[in-house]
Design a protein around this ligand. Structure first.
Ligand code: PEP
Ligand code: MG
Length: 580
């Protein structure tokens, strides 16, 4: 038996026979060319790009017929990368000045992109390189005349392993017989991982060498909960994995039964549990897990990895798909939260010494009012189709709220002048994630319809701990007394002004924090789809009254460690109480 470790990318445990798919990098030889053949090589490049575009378009129409529109977003992203003029311009430049063949030049362009992406702090954005790799691999294959083989047919329980799978690959696999996937590259926030989770397909990623030396047909166990792959497991491992699998599936089955149950406490207090999303696939996953809408739609993705800004219609198309995916539930769209470590193409912020404190989020949007209004008009237009709310990110003071709302009013006037319908009383909220906004919460509450607390940033800015610095992760403490006092103040300010307080940072999805957030009085919690039922389970076992006492009790402690110990003891007692 051999044990390999990777990243737990999609939960679930599966057993089956390994089938290695040859999705290895295309072998590319780089060789010198003479200056007379530069035109020929450039033509080979553009021709291969065109063939790839036609391939992707036809894949898109085939998938639209078989799997429906819901999952086509990924193909759109790949078409966008392919249409990026700089891909051709940079590669042509390498052919011309380096006098090397088209394949070699394209491979060099990919290396440059890899270096650029590797220096990005944000793990989600760093992993967008996998989309670029998939597209360039396709072009290289077409240049070499290699056909991308469709997946072979499989019978029974098969575990597919490959260097990488593209999201399009996943959409084409036969879910009846394919029980899990393993890849050598990629991580939790890659598109393939997001889609695997949306399709309930267990996945372990980043398992180096899985495709190199293992024969097809060998027995494997994929544990997408722990990120482990057992090759040729012994009897004991097989038995223990089987009982882990049964336990996991039983818990999932039981949790899924609670989808139709209301998210209310034992004493009848309702808390809206919603999902955080970035792509339409996640919208359907939120509903499948019993979410009552989307509390945070991060729109950054649409703006990244491209030289231009998406126009109003393109934005409208995507927001519509998202609204349709969650219909008839509400969709809360956050305006562009770029900058900091989420750089857009063409934004050279290298002169910023502190990007986390730089031109980002609402500051960036306000600095380009025309682009901002395009987004606002697109959001307003989709509000004519169903319940849509809007939130502005990283608000630090009243001027920003007023300036953003003034542009929203201008956008409304422009739409009215053109006779385009929208919902004029659209609800407007602000993210509370900067300590200044906490201090000003009572004033801000008078200007907006709801608060949404971004604890990921609020913790970072309150404690001065970089949220992506792994060396400081032990100091990144959601239960820090300063954070809890901020949360209490935010809810009090919201309720004092008669508006709801929502929370959409990662904290919302951890069942441990539920009694505190409930007890503090949060009206809505928005989290990753997978967490919704877990949080609901605890919610349905609490009373509001007891949660309020637990929350109050937290303020008697002066360190995060003490609060955590107290909370854990209270949760155990609480569950016991409800069983008695
Ligand atoms: C947050 O800061 O908590 C949040 C929800 O926004 P993001 O993680 O996108 O910054
Ligand atoms: Mg934030």
């Amino acid at each position: 038996m051999q044990v390999l470790h990777g990243i737990a990318a999609s939960p679930g445990i599966a057993m089956g026979k390994l089938c290695v798919i040859d999705r290895h990098q295309t072998t590319v030889s780089e060789y010198p060319i003479s200056s007379d053949t530069v035109i020929h090589e450039t033509a080979r490049l553009t021709q291969a790009i065109e063939i790839t575009r036609i391939d992707l378009e036809s894949l898109k129409s085939r998938l639209a017929e078989t799997t429906g529109e819901a999952h086509l977003f990924f193909i759109e992203v790949h078409l966008m990368i392919l249409a990026d003029e700089r891909l051709v311009a940079e590669t042509t430049e390498i052919i011309r000045t380096g006098l090397i063949n088209a394949e070699g030049a394209l491979r060099r362009t990919l290396h440059r992109y890899r270096e650029k992406f590797a220096s990005i702090n944000d793990p989600y954005l760093r992993e967008r390189i996998s989309d670029v790799e998939t597209v360039i691999e396709r072009v290289l294959r077409n240049m070499n005349g290699q056909v991308v083989e469709p997946f072979p047919q499989h019978n029974g329980h098969t575990i597919l392993a490959a260097h990488d799978f593209s999201p399009a690959d996943l959409l084409q696999i036969d879910r009846k017989n394919i029980k899990a996937i393993i890849t050598e590259i990629g991580g939790r926030t890659s598109h393939t991982a997001i889609l695997a989770r949306a399709l309930d397909l267990p996945a372990v990623m980043g398992v180096e060498g899985i495709t190199d030396f293992l024969p097809d047909g060998v027995a494997v166990i994929v544990d997408g909960l722990s990120g482990t792959v057992h090759i040729d497991p012994d009897q004991e491992t097989f038995q223990s994995s089987l009982s882990r699998k049964q336990h996991y599936e039983y818990v999932e089955y039981e949790l899924l039964k609670s989808v139709p149950l209301p998210a209310v406490t034992l004493d009848g207090h309702e808390v809206h549990l919603l999902g955080n999303v970035e792509i339409p696939e996640e919208g359907s996953s939120v509903l499948k897990h019993g979410g009552s809408g989307v509390g945070l739609y991060r729109t950054e993705m649409l703006f990244m990895n491209r030289p231009d800004m998406p126009d109003e219609d393109e934005q409208l198309g995507l927001y519509r798909s998202m609204l349709q995916a969650v219909a008839p539930h509400p969709l809360t769209i956050r305006t562009l939260d770029a900058g900091g470590d989420k750089l857009l193409e063409g934004m050279d912020r290298s002169e910023e010494a502190n990007p986390a404190l730089g031109v980002r989020a609402i500051r960036l949007s306000l600095s380009m009012p025309d682009e901002f209004k395009k987004q606002l008009r697109a959001i307003l237009r989709v509000s004519a189709d169903g319940p849509v709310r809007i939130i502005f990110p990283m608000i630090s003071g009243m001027e920003e709220v007023r300036a953003a709302k003034a542009l929203l009013e201008e956008a409304k006037l422009e739409l009215s002048a053109s006779g385009i319908p929208f919902y004029s009383a659209i609800k407007v909220g602000v993210m509370i994630e900067i300590p200044a906004a906490v201090t000003l919460a009572d004033l801000l509450a008078r200007e907006v319809d709801f608060f949404s607390v971004g604890t990921n940033d609020l913790i970072q800015y309150t404690l001065a701990i970089d949220r992506s610095n792994e060396q400081l992760s032990h100091l990144y403490q959601p239960l820090h007394p300063a954070v809890l006092r901020s949360l209490r103040r935010i809810v009090q300010a919201a309720h004092g002004a008669g508006i709801p307080a929502c929370l959409c940072g990662e904290m919302a999805g951890d069942p441990l924090y539920l009694p505190v957030l409930l007890g503090l009085g949060f009206d809505e919690l928005s989290m990753g789809a997978w967490s919704i039922l877990r949080v609901k389970q605890i919610l349905r076992r609490c009373t509001l009254e007891r949660a309020a006492r637990i929350a109050e009790g937290c303020f008697a402690y002066s360190t995060a460690g003490e609060v955590e110990m107290y909370l854990k003891s209270q949760i155990t007692m609480n569950v016991t109480e409800s069983i008695d």
